[in-house]
Structures are given as structure tokens and as C-alpha cells.
Design a protein around this ligand. Structure first.
Ligand code: GTP
Ligand code: MG
Length: 235
């Protein structure tokens, strides 16, 4: 069910990109960063397994899959260094650890709107998970129309030296919200729209996002009539 894994999900991928970005003569200076990337990868794997287990429980108990699919990604070194620069941070491992929480990320695409909250609630109730940050862009959509629940949690990764609490960014959204976000992202970043046209398109995109939300709410209402009521017990 986990579909995408970037090539950053192995030591070779990280080392290759690090070499490209900073030059092979400096790679050694970043060995702690490589080690931290490995930790973040493991943390994403831990969360992925927890979510698969939750989905399996719902499937078995209530004949319902909250999760449509998941995507895991590691931030590229280039994007990490750009973000550090934007935040006026040094590239040293301590300031990265203290200020950047989305090196490891997982996107959970759910079938229904209520599933977003089922996933959030069940994950956060686990005793080893600590919530660091929440943003609910479904209750409060962004001006662009973007909807999604963003969490940053920390999860213990058990190394040979003991457990290390490690942050993971989790974006939870429905298939409809994901479809909109993916197309909107491409429209925004991959096209050169003339300035005077932008405003018109922006308004149109907000309307489209609202319409998708309405359709997903309607379809959820139909599902609610037809399914085991325990599917909605976490609302
Ligand atoms: P950064 O993580 O540093 O960017 O800051 P932040 O945590 O304040 O950012 P935010 O909560 O806005 O989430 C950032 C991520 O959400 C982006 O990387 C996108 O994946 C997604 N996102 C946020 N706003 C939009 C939007 O308007 N359109 C689309 N397509 N994606 C968005
Ligand atoms: Mg982010």
C-alpha cells in the first residue's frame, strides 16, 4: 500500500546527492547528517507500519479501509539546504535537528473525510507517539483552497545504543484533496501563467477545491447510510 519511495531511501542515494551538492571532499564533514537521515528514514518506516496496522484493523473489524494509499518521501539534500538558508540556519546538525522536522515525510491519502480524523486520532493515541505540531487545513483551508491535516510527530527509533525520538511530518488528506493538491502544485510551479491571468485562475482553483469538498461530503453521507456505524466512531 505504500506506493512511492524516493531514491533518498538508502545510504547510497543520500551520499550521491551530498557529493553532488557539496563535493566529495566535504562529504565526510556531513557524516552526522547522513546518520540523521538514516534515523529519519527509520522513523518514517515505523509510522508507515503503524498506519498499515491501523488500516488492517479497520479492514478486519469493520470491512472498511480508511487508507487509500500512502507515499513516503525523504527531503532531498538540496531542498534541506535551501530550507536551512531560508530560515537563516547553519548547516550544522544541531540547528537542523532543532528547526527542521520534515526530513522524513509520509502522505496518507484516505478514502473519506472522516478517515482523516480516524487516522489522526488513532495514531496520536499511541503511547510512543508525541505530537510536536498540528495544522488542520481542512477545518481552516489555506487561501489557495488547499486542504489537508499536517502533523509533526516524534516516534522512538530503537538503535543498538537505545531509543532515539525522531520527528516525522505526516500529511493526511482524502483522494479528492490529493487530486486537487497534486494538479494545483503542477499548475503553480510548472507553468508560466501571465500575471493578469493568475488571479482569475486562483479564484477558479479555490472554487474547484470547495466543489470537490462538497462532492466528497455528499459521497461520505451515502457511505454513512450504507456502512457499519463503527466506521465513523472516531469522528
Ligand atoms: P514548511 O514545511 O517549512 O514549508 O512550512 P509549514 O510547515 O508552515 O508549511 P505548510 O504547513 O504550509 O505545509 C507545507 C507543505 O504543504 C508543502 O510542502 C506542500 O506539500 C503542502 N502545501 C501547503 N500549501 C499548499 C498549497 O497551497 N497547494 C499545494 N498543492 N500544496 C500545499
Ligand atoms: Mg513542510
Amino acid at each position: 500500500m505504500i506506493l512511492e519511495r524516493s531514491n533518498m531511501f538508502n545510504n547510497e542515494g543520500i551520499n550521491k546527492e551530498l557529493t553532488r551538492v557539496i563535493g566529495s571532499e566535504h562529504v565526510q564533514e556531513f557524516s552526522n547528517l547522513v546518520r540523521y537521515y538514516r534515523l529519519c528514514q527509520s522513523a518514517v518506516n515505523e509510522i508507515g507500519t503503524k498506519l498499515e496496522n491501523l488500516d488492517g484493523e479497520y479492514r478486519g473489524e469493520y470491512d472498511h479501509n480508511p487508507i487509500h494509499h500512502m507515499e513516503q518521501r525523504m527531503k532531498t539534500i538540496t531542498s534541506l539546504f535551501n530550507k536551512a538558508e531560508k530560515k537563516h540556519l547553519d548547516r550544522d546538525i544541531e540547528s537542523i535537528k532543532q528547526n527542521i522536522f520534515d526530513i522524513g515525510g509520509i502522505r496518507v491519502v484516505t478514502n473519506y473525510i472522516s478517515d482523516v480524523y480516524t487516522i489522526q486520532k488513532n495514531l496520536l493515541s499511541q503511547s510512543d507517539i508525541k505530537l510536536i505540531k498540528t495544522k488542520d487545513y481542512i477545518k481552516n483551508p489555506k487561501p489557495s483552497g488547499y486542504r489537508s491535516v499536517h502533523l509533526v510527530v516524534s516516534v522512538p527509533v530503537f538503535l543498538s545504543t537505545g531509543p532515539v525520538n525522531t520527528p516525522v511530518e505526516i500529511q493526511i488528506r482524502t483522494v479528492g484533496m490529493d487530486m486537487w493538491a497534486s494538479l494545483e502544485h503542477k499548475l503553480r510551479y510548472k507553468t508560466n501563467v501571465a500575471d493578469e491571468k493568475v488571479e482569475h485562475f486562483e479564484n477558479q482553483l479555490v472554487e474547484d477545491a470547495n466543489e470537490i469538498f462538497k462532492i466528497e461530503s455528499n459521497m461520505q453521507n451515502i457511505y454513512r447510510e450504507l456502512s457499519d456505524p463503527r466506521v465513523f466512531k472516531d469522528e
